[in-house]
Design a protein around this ligand. Structure first.
Ligand code: UT7
Length: 317
């Protein structure tokens, strides 16, 4: 039993923070951020949570799919920046949209949406599920250290969602984890136990940018190559590439090293920055809404990041 994607949706908060706005907070410039990362602005929450974003993206995806919330059999959400550990983002979405199905969250950082999608495909293989909602939602502005110029200029807030149903579109996937806390780490709240004596690191994103960059380029290129070949296709067969929007230079490298035209890569990093697990589903929803992807097209999606982790999947749209 495979799946097809029948609806996509995205939501980003209204507040736009430009590079010039950030240059007033830390020692940076529009020129540096555009050249080194490719981000011109990002959306930042003023009063909404990751779950609020997820609800709006989910309603858009369900509407796009032409189904009702009661027709969902499962909701899976990925997030590293949810307001609450419990209730989960998926559980909050279930309540707010009026669904009654089971719902749970997973965490695989920036690869989270593709891990969630692959998990949904496995549930679909039971043969008893009709429709599953998969979400990536982040309020990274909550866990960014706004005095650290090496991270605060990169990240943004938002959510994306997709509805999957029975079909024959999911051709294969590749998941990877390399447990490591030296390259990317997001400590959670350390607590106030008077009995705990070990160090309690600040609950902000730590990222060794250069090491992450090397990991990202290596994974995006090799994951796509290996997956496409494993599924019996060549890179020439690919019509669209949706990758994690982490750095425009990573996408440029991937395009060159895979010898795949840059036109095939969907790019929106300039508008939103890096939205972690929301990045791939927001890009997918925008590609879908653009009308450029047609039924029957071959789409490869790839994500990488904290964990360390990476994920890719090949889809016949
Ligand atoms: O979502 C998870 C996956 N994440 C990624 O894939 C991120 C991958 N990494 C990157 O995108 C890049 O490594 C960064 C954008 C994070 C950093 O770019 P970089 O070209 O690797 O910069 P760098 O860390 O090597 O720093 C180069 C210089 C340093 O100055 P010196 O030591 O050469 O004088 C930094 O202090 O740039 C400086 N710098 C900045 N300058 C102006 C670092 N951040 C900034 C800044 N504005 N915001």
């Amino acid at each position: 039993m495979s799946i097809k994607i029948i609806g996509t949706g995205a939501y980003v908060p209204e507040k736009v923070v430009t590079n010039d706005d950030l240059a007033k907070l830390v020692d940076t410039s529009d020129e540096w951020i555009m050249q080194r990362v490719g981000v011109s602005q990002r959306r930042v929450s003023v009063d909404e949570t990751a779950s609020d974003f997820a609800v709006k993206a989910s309603l858009a995806a369900i509407k796009n799919a032409g189904i009702k919330p009661e027709e969902l059999d499962l909701i899976i959400a990925a997030s590293v920046s949810a307001e609450n550990i419990c209730p989960t983002v998926a559980g909050t979405v279930q309540k707010e949209i009026g669904a009654t199905c089971p719902a749970f969250d997973i965490n695989s950082a920036c690869s989270g949406f593709l891990f969630a999608l692959d998990t949904a495909v496995s549930f679909m293989a039971r043969g008893t599920y009709e429709n599953i909602l998969v979400i990536g939602a982040e309020r990274l502005s909550k866990i960014v250290d706004w005095t650290d110029r090496s991270t605060c200029v990169i990240f943004g807030d938002g959510a994306g969602a997709a509805v999957i149903t029975k079909g024959e579109g999911y051709l294969g996937s590749k998941l990877f984890t390399q447990g490591d806390d030296s390259v990317i780490k997001i400590p959670s709240f350390g607590g106030t136990s008077p009995f705990y004596t070990a160090e309690k690191p600040a609950p902000y994103i730590f990222m060794d940018g250069q090491e992450t960059f090397k990991f990202a380029v290596n994974k995006i290129v090799n994951d796509i190559k290996e997956l496409v070949s494993k599924c019996g296709y060549t890179l020439d067969d690919i019509d669209h590439v949706v990758t994690h929007q982490a750095n425009i230079r990573i996408i440029d490298y991937a395009s060159k090293r895979l010898k795949l035209s840059k036109d095939k890569f969907f790019v929106n990093i300039e508008k939103y920055g890096n939205t972690s697990s929301a990045s791939v589903p927001i890009a997918l929803a925008e590609l879908d809404a653009s009308g450029k992807i047609k039924r029957g097209d071959l789409l490869v999606m790839s994500a990488f990041g904290g964990g360390l982790s990476s994920a890719a999947c090949l889809i016949r749209w």
